[in-house]
Design a protein around this ligand. Structure first.
Ligand code: MN
Length: 300
């Protein structure tokens, strides 16, 4: 980790396992649990899934968050306990609002594309909205903008004049930037937001900071521009939002505020109270061993 100045920092991803896949986990960080309401960032691939099962994430529960599924290559099938069944492809958004509780499975379909590359993101629900009814939405078409050679697709919030239709519960932005030719842009930011930038393919320069895949750049609030450059073919993500200002307790697939809420969700999953995910061949994921006494209450 190298610190460029007080409110610009670069951290390295850690490796994590999701099913059979190795992923780059960029968020949460030990000292930074969320950026805006973004509280979880996994980047996986690009990888060949030709002739193999590919992604296989069995049914598992969520509370207190939205999952944002975004692909750069390949296709993934989503199923959930509301009865949703939705294939997703690059440039589309699967947004699942867990609210008070939902279960879902994500897998490469039997007939799938030979490569897979994507990100799995979580957005924490603000305290006032944590108990909303679970919901799922798919957006096949999303608004875009072109700026300095970047093709920008906005999947949450708004950026550069494009606004996503996706349901958000806090002031937030999420966008993919694809460089065609050598791209260089002065990206307009909301000065009330904090932001992160990461590279999924290629490389990028943000201000004076060079970024490669597996690194996360944090930009503190108070800036209304970011100077971003990237060589042809690079794919970048910009995520941001108003600092949440709420302590988050994250354990397994749950985002809560107290150990008691986590314990109740674990019990609910063990007692089958999240509802069944239809159509998935295989067993649901068991909750790992849970000891509320080991979970410290979160602090801001
Ligand atoms: Mn999930």
């Amino acid at each position: 980790m190298s610190t460029v100045d007080a409110d610009v920092e670069v951290t390295d991803a850690r490796e994590a396992r999701v099913g059979d896949m190795t992923v780059r986990r960029l968020l949460p960080l030990r000292l930074r649990r969320s950026v805006g309401a973004w509280c979880f960032v996994d980047h996986y691939g690009p990888m060949s899934v030709d002739g193999v099962a590919g992604m296989l994430v069995p049914p598992h529960p969520h509370i207190g968050l939205q999952t944002v599924t975004w692909l750069l290559a390949g296709n993934v099938l989503h199923r959930d306990s509301l009865g949703s069944e939705q294939m997703i492809r690059p440039g589309q958004l699967n947004l699942m609002t867990a609210g008070r509780g939902i279960a879902h499975a994500e897998e490469s379909p039997a007939e799938h594309d030979p490569s897979l590359h994507g990100v799995q993101l979580w957005v924490a629900l603000p305290d006032a909205d944590r108990q909303v009814a679970p919901a799922f939405e798919h957006h096949a078409e999303l608004p875009g903008a072109t700026l300095g050679g970047f093709a920008i697709t906005v999947f949450m919030g708004d950026l550069a004049g494009a606004r996503s239709p996706a349901t958000a519960f806090s002031a937030i932005v999420g966008a993919e930037l694809a460089a065609s030719g050598h791209a260089r842009a002065s990206l307009p930011l909301d000065a009330g937001f904090e932001h992160i930038v990461f590279v999924a393919a290629g490389a990028a320069q943000v201000g004076d900071t060079e970024l490669r895949p597996g690194q996360l750049l944090y930009l503190g609030p108070g800036r209304d521009r970011a100077q971003v450059a990237a060589p042809s073919g690079s794919r970048l993500f910009l995520l941001g939002g108003v600092p949440l200002g709420e302590p988050l307790l994250m354990w397994w697939n749950f985002v809560a505020r107290t150990p008691e809420e986590i314990a109740a969700a674990v019990t609910g999953w063990r007692e089958d109270r999240f509802g069944a995910v239809g159509g998935y061949r295989g067993e649901p994921l068991p909750a790992p061993p849970f000891d509320a006494a080991l979970l410290q209450r979160p602090r801001l």
